[in-house]
Design a protein around this ligand. Structure first.
Ligand code: BGC
Length: 489
């Protein structure tokens, strides 16, 4: 039965990776760059970089609000609830965007979905920059969210569909690098503009540039071969693959076309229901568990509210924004470290180590905000704990979530399952953002950090007992472990 993805034979690329573990070993950035040079005549790198602008938008928007909020709150007289909605309306938009993305990508292609996403982003950024009231700002942040949610799903999918199998792992992590770079750029922009008149308007408005770059850039890239094949345009798909693989002596265009045909057959006969019942259910839970814990350990409270947390330690607005730049740099540096280590050390070890690190850092933040003495004499403890926290997230949960959801689902159900996990991630992100400041008022700032510490412990236990190693293993092997049933050979 072709409809049961577990009973299909391995695809050409899976055969390649199970027979040759080194085939996946190129995904570390050193090997990855070397391999890219060998395989690419320039086009693959160019189209992947343009698609990764989606990750940049995701990151820029997530980070920029942290600095802008300090000024918006005075300028537009926004209280706690209004501030939370300014942050969170983007996340509601992103949930809707991620749901719509799957549909749009199938209908009008990933390429045009990203053109739309970039254009909507431009409209949203302009609307935010010229907002004259809190409701108007909240409305346009929702519009931005539609674009960001769409981009967060389509960027990795587009990159995965144009990459040769042996470069796929590295390129997916490359997207997380784009997210963290976007966050860092937003912090630098906040830093550069902190003394300028109408600063928050500029901070939000500058996002027009990457939005336009995405929309225009995507007009210049090809459709993915897989999308063309689904529209029965095999000749064009072959032509695109020939161009993307030009100069790659290990390319096997016929084999890739066969893989796409097989995946399409499985996709057509597998339904979303397969994921919610029966054998594939454990895969759903692991994906959703990673998605939800990635947010419930409070990562975005740090990304959104780092300047607020730091200014609560007694720093001036300006010093808080400056120190937040360290948080952004640490995030990028440790994401690079993760990309280098993921294939050598394995995803699982990094995930577990990172989760221990961030849980300890959360406990330290709880202790810091409980102690008047520490707050008076040792403001550096809060900054140090924030940096350990972000570094630990960046080597583990940050990249590992996005990488694993693109790895452990069977081909036929992958895009639907990825969409479910992506929506779960944005929904969890929303819940955390919308409750953080109110939680602080209800159970104190330290109480909030102790709550996240408890969630960190639960996350660790869940990962320890449920998350398999996916590095250098065939999909059949991973699915066998997760579903505890013999794999189809
Ligand atoms: C998460 C984002 C987060 C970012 C921080 C991503 O993996 O999905 O919610 O803002 O990492 O680096």
């Amino acid at each position: 039965m072709a409809g049961n993805p577990r009973q299909r034979g391995p695809t050409r690329s899976e055969r390649q990776s199970s027979q040759n573990p080194d085939a996946e070993g190129v995904a570390g950035i050193g090997g990855f760059i070397q391999e890219l040079r060998r395989a690419d005549s320039g086009l693959l790198l160019r189209v992947s970089a343009i698609a990764a602008i989606g990750g940049l938008l995701f990151g820029y928007d997530t980070g920029v609000i942290s600095g802008a909020l300090l000024f918006i709150k005075d300028d537009l007289h926004a209280g706690t609830a209004a501030q939370q909605w300014v942050v969170s309306s983007l996340l509601l938009g992103a949930i809707v965007g991620a749901v719509a993305a799957g549909y749009l990508a199938d209908r009008i292609s990933q390429k045009y979905t990203k053109v739309v996403s970039g254009s909507v982003y431009v409209i949203g950024a302009l609307g935010c920059a010229f907002a004259v009231s809190v409701p108007m700002l909240i409305g346009f942040r929702f519009v931005l969210g539609l674009s960001v949610g769409t981009a967060s799903f389509v960027a990795p999918l587009y990159i995965a569909e144009v990459s040769p199998p042996r470069l796929r792992g590295g390129l997916v992590s490359f997207n997380q690098l784009a997210i963290t770079t976007g966050i860092l750029i937003s912090y630098l922009v906040n830093f550069a503009l902190k003394g300028v008149e109408y600063n928050w308007r500029w901070m939000l408005g500058i996002a027009v540039i990457p939005g336009a770059a995405l929309a225009i850039g995507m007009l210049t890239v090809p459709h993915t071969p897989r999308w063309l094949m689904e529209g029965n345009r095999e000749d064009e798909a072959r032509h695109v693959l020939d161009e993307l693989r030009a100069g790659d002596e290990r390319a096997d265009v016929d084999g890739e076309i066969e893989d796409i045909k097989e995946a399409a057959r499985n996709e057509r006969s597998s339904k979303l229901g397969d994921l919610f019942g029966g054998r594939l259910r454990p895969l759903l839970w692991v994906g959703l568990g990673l998605a939800v814990f990635q947010q419930f350990v409070g990562i975005n409270t740090v990304i959104y509210y780092a300047p607020t947390i730091l200014s609560d330690t007694g720093l001036t607005k300006s010093a808080s924004i400056t120190q937040t730049v360290f948080v952004g740099v640490t995030n990028v540096v440790f994401t690079v470290v993760a990309v280098l280590l993921l294939d050598r050390v394995g995803r699982r070890k990094l995930l577990l180590t990172g989760t221990v690190g961030l849980t300890v850092a959360l406990a330290v933040l709880g202790v810091y905000f409980s102690s008047k003495t520490l707050q008076q004499d040792a403001g550096w403890v809060a900054l140090a704990a924030l940096l350990v926290y972000i570094a630990s997230f960046a080597i583990g949960l940050g990249p590992v979530f996005w990488l694993m959801i693109s790895e452990f689902y069977p081909t036929g159900i992958r895009s639907k399952a990825m969409a479910v996990a992506t929506v779960g991630n944005w929904a969890a992100n929303f819940l955390v953002a919308v409750t953080f400041l109110s939680l602080g008022e209800a159970i104190t700032r330290q109480g909030t950090f102790f709550l996240y510490t408890g969630i960190g412990v639960l996350a660790f236990l869940f990962f320890l007992s449920r998350v398999p190693e996916t590095s250098s293993r065939s999909l059949e092997d991973i699915q066998q472990e997760l579903t505890k049933e013999p794999a189809a050979k």
